[in-house]
Design a protein around this ligand. Sequence first.
Ligand code: NA7
Length: 544
Amino acid sequence: LNHQNVPVFDAVVVGAGFSGLYMLHRLREAGYSVRVYEAAEDVGGTWYWNRYPGARCDIESIYYNYTFSEEILNEWTWSSRYAEQPEILSYINFVADKLDLRRDIQFKNRVAAARYDEHNRNWEIRLENGTLVTAEYFITAIGALSASNIPKFKGLDSFKGEMYHTGRWPHEKVSFSGKRVGVIGTGSSGIQAIPVIAKEAGHLTVFQRTPQYSCPAQNHPYDTEVKFKTRENYDEIKQLMQYSMHGIPSGPQLRSALEDTPEERERQYEEAWQEGGLFSMLYRYNDIHRLPEANETAAAFIRNKIKQLVHNPEKAQKLMPTYYYGTKRPILDTDYYETYNRDNVSLVDIKAEPIEEMTLNGIRTTEADYELDVIIFATGFDAMTGPLFKMDIRGKNDVSLKDKWADGAELKTFLGLATSGFPNMFMLTGPQSPSVLSNMLISIEQHVEWVADCIDYLRKHRLEAFEATVEAEEFWSQQCHALAEMSLLTKTDSWYMGANIEGKPRGFLAFPGGVGLYRLLCDDVAARGYEGFTSSLAPNATDK
Ligand code: NA7
């Protein structure tokens, strides 16, 4: 390769969502040359693509923002408890403008491949348009839920109507007025979209594979008192979030669900239901996430709510989940179950009558033909590893990441941030980090700051080829699996387990020990001079 005309950066960052933007800011402030490549036309990542009706965050707005800058905190005000997608995207744009980030981002440029050059100890990064650049550090900020999943239904191309995936929603407004709409999928996206679409559509048919537990978001506009209070105490709130389980300033109670009388439990759960936080129900007791009998008390409470909210007993029955509550990411909704009381909404249980194929006019199950004008895939994502595998990432000896992790048991990282054989590569919100189990923003800030500090350290000590050891990633992966096994998380088919994608190896994909413990462990690794990593002194150290 002739490197003469190839641009050289200190770091290339892939993705201009929350993590990529902050990574760019941190590295640029420290004096490094950084280039961000982003496939979309603008900033936003997840919040750029997920524009489906009803899309909003499941973490309260006042906690779902950057905390690194007091100025940014003070200049922005959220309108309601759970911000809608357009407001979150405006916030991201506000930050990008404020920090003048766009000048180092190249939009509409997808990274196709990245290869570690062992001789030069840097990365060659190739864009889809063929452009080649090199960088010492290759940082993926590509999101954990960004590779959208459209199941390979037979006859997918034969449907003549409109088709959309919630995670790739068009920018133009989609009209449902008078149309027969089908939604496949009842995860968080489906559950947010269904009530909104039902209000507009002629008829809505929901194709449900697994019923979900959902609690009311109890969303409402923020009053000035809330805004004022959080601003005053933000340092304290920030610390609570950073050392918590899920990145929000609260945590589980210390008592068992089995210690309380059924009446007291009912009172506790009712209070949580009225509160409307994502983890409110789970936090009522310390054993819902690990003891089947304790879990059943919360699960039964929600099933009972469904029975009360849905008037048609047959529909209510179909909507009742049976998996362990909390082993999929909890869901918050606005009028989800109530929507099934509308005359224009029907529910098809596709476990009982599986989808056979898409036809010219709609969906054919084993029992019936459903004629539709629009099909919406709310079928989720190839989580965590999916976005990484979309690029051809090759480390030492030309080994591809996809091959290294081909077998689920071989998915090994150290701290979810790095993997052996891939020196100078960092993954933000990567597999085996706690990010998807948490308030993403708290995880993202921690990842970015750790990586930025690490790069500073390497530069200061003139170290190159920074690589996780096989032993360290072995240890970390064992910890992830062992912690997951201590809970009920591995007992459910979920995207945390890779179970939503046909043929994907099965295994728990995150670090379930909580963001607080994770932060302490990451800090400890750094404090010990990056124990668990190897590096070598730059041969030309004196000239650098
Ligand atoms: P999810 O939570 O993965 O939900 C996807 C839904 O699509 C879920 O109900 C799936 O059923 C269903 N699905 C997936 N594949 C199929 C096939 N082949 N046939 C029928 N139904 C299918 O994705 P979301 O976008 O809703 O939410 C992702 C995260 O974003 C969420 O956890 C929040 O953190 C925000 P299944 O349950 O697998 O049987």
